[in-house]
Ligand binder design. Structure first.
Ligand SMILES: [Zn+2]
Length: 484
């Protein structure tokens, strides 16, 4: 068993040679998730779910700090609801799962398993909101959603996934716009500060925006294979859903008006992002702030020192338990070397080694997952050394990812170069675009690259469009990439 497992840990595909196999190997062998018997669905295993719980906790705190409260709406939505908003139904119809039968009876009205909840929440808001005094409504829901995807990949695209969806109503257009941008900023800070993932922020083009939104804002991250990942979106819904679901309020001027709405969400695909941004040839590297285990203690116990070392390791555990998420791996059936491999594969930020000589010298060895650096630390200031090192690993991961993103962002004005970059090294391309849907579509058709975002501070471009060569007053410098 031990021998087989040893091979198991060491055999993950080479990241540089076969990125997608490496990704799957990491997901499966670090025990983050597994395939479910239903095609396209995923089982999130305790280690992967532990990351989700930490991520959820940090994000939830940020939502509450900005005035939002959590609620829960049903999984099933009357089919007719989805059909009320034309763009919305067109956008989601191909991937909607329906319930048409319950027990032995066909349902009078078929139900949709929520692909997102704008419609059902809109229906409820119409009931709850009467006056300007009821506004703003700032609600978030943590839930699962179902989108019947044709091609799936664990965490990145699965038929069922976990997410949060915020749904807000406001008195004025400006307030809704402000909210959509505020939540974009919440996501940006969460990604950079908690997940150590640098991002671009901006808005989507008409082609790429959410079905039913006026404007879709997004945070986009660059994976280490040169593809972009849409990490989160915040939609300014205008009055589109308010008009369809008749969400009105009596304003201060005694006029009946439609509310202005936003919705915003991030999902379990962020775990896929963590893997692809921070992982390396040895496996996963989890940012300390979301790591289920931040410190793994590996006692090195050659006979006859088992008792002494184990006692010292337990003492270290007791102390670190007060300042970090720490575990001790005292399994006797595995060698220290095997354990080092396993915890590296799982991406635990700090490994703490303690052997007979360390016990005697009153010190321990800390090993950083991001750089492999070994640091000898006296027992006396163990707590502060570990706390500092966790911060340092968090910063180190961010710095490495930021450097990668900067090095793989290419500013181009020539389409031949554009095509060459997309074919060979990928990455982000910052290029001028005339604003036309035709050019955007043609670039996608020819290179598989899409416009990831129009930067928020984008100024009209004086350069000619990288595709058609025409100047346009509606043109911008935008970011292109192949995306997940
Ligand atoms: Zn053009």
């Amino acid at each position: 068993m031990a021998e087989n497992s040893q091979e198991f840990v060491q055999h993950i595909a080479s990241k540089s040679e076969n990125f997608s196999q490496w990704y799957l190997d990491v997901v499966l062998r670090a025990e983050l998730a597994d395939y479910a018997p239903v095609r396209g669905c995923m089982v999130i295993r305790p280690y992967g779910y532990g990351i989700w719980e930490n991520l959820k906790g940090l994000l939830d705190k940020r939502f509450k700090a900005t005035g939002h409260k959590n609620a829960y709406f049903p999984l099933f939505i009357p089919g007719s609801f989805l059909e009320k908003e034309a763009e919305h139904v067109e956008g989601f119809a191909p991937e909607v799962a329906w319930v048409t039968r319950a027990g032995n009876e066909d349902l009078a009205e078929p139900l949709v398993v929520r692909p997102t909840s704008e419609t059902i929440i809109g229906h409820m808001y119409a009931k709850w909101i009467k006056s300007w005094r009821d506004l703003p409504v700032l609600i978030n829901q943590w839930a699962n959603v179902v989108r019947w995807e044709k091609t799936t990949r664990l965490f990145l695209r699965t038929s069922e996934f976990l997410w949060q969806e915020g749904h807000t109503c406001h008195r004025t257009k400006e307030e809704a716009e402000e909210e959509a941008l505020k939540m974009l900023e919440v996501y940006r800070r969460f990604l950079t500060e908690d997940l150590a993932i640098p991002v671009l922020t901006g808005k989507k083009t008409e082609r790429e925006k959410f079905a039913g939104a006026v404007t879709t804002y997004c945070v986009e991250a660059l994976m280490t294979d040169g593809r972009a990942l849409q990490a989160g979106t915040s939609h300014d819904l205008g009055q589109n859903f308010a008009k369809v679901f008749d969400i009105t309020f009596l304003d201060k001027d005694n006029q009946l008006k439609y509310v202005w709405q936003t919705s915003w969400g991030v999902s379990t695909r962020l775990i896929g992002g963590i893997i692809m941004v921070h992982g390396d040839e040895r496996g996963l590297a989890v940012p300390p702030r979301v790591a289920p285990t931040q410190v793994i203690i590996v006692p090195i116990m050659p006979p006859p020192h088992e008792e002494t070392v184990l006692a010292a390791a337990r003492d270290v555990f007791e102390r670190l338990d007060k300042v970090s998420r720490v575990e001790i791996d005292a399994r006797e059936e595995f060698s220290p070397g095997w354990k080092f491999n396993e915890w590296e594969l799982k991406g635990v930020p700090i490994r703490l080694e303690i052997g007979p000589r360390d016990v005697k010298a009153g010190k321990v060895v800390l090993v950083r997952r991001d750089t492999g650096e070994k640091i000898s630390v006296p027992m006396d200031n163990l707590e502060s050394a570990v706390t500092d090192l966790l911060n340092s690993v968090q910063e180190g991961l961010y710095a490495r990812a930021k450097q990668f993103m900067d090095e793989n962002t290419h500013t181009l004005v020539d389409y031949e170069e554009f095509k060459a970059v997309m074919e060979n090294k990928r990455g982000l391309i910052y290029a001028p675009w005339c604003g036309s849907d035709e050019c955007e579509a043609a670039i996608k058709e020819e290179t598989a690259a899409t416009i990831r975002c129009i930067p928020l501070d984008a100024k009209p471009s004086d350069e000619k469009c990288i595709y058609c060569g025409k100047s346009s007053t509606s043109g911008y410098w935008v970011y292109f990439a192949k995306a997940y």
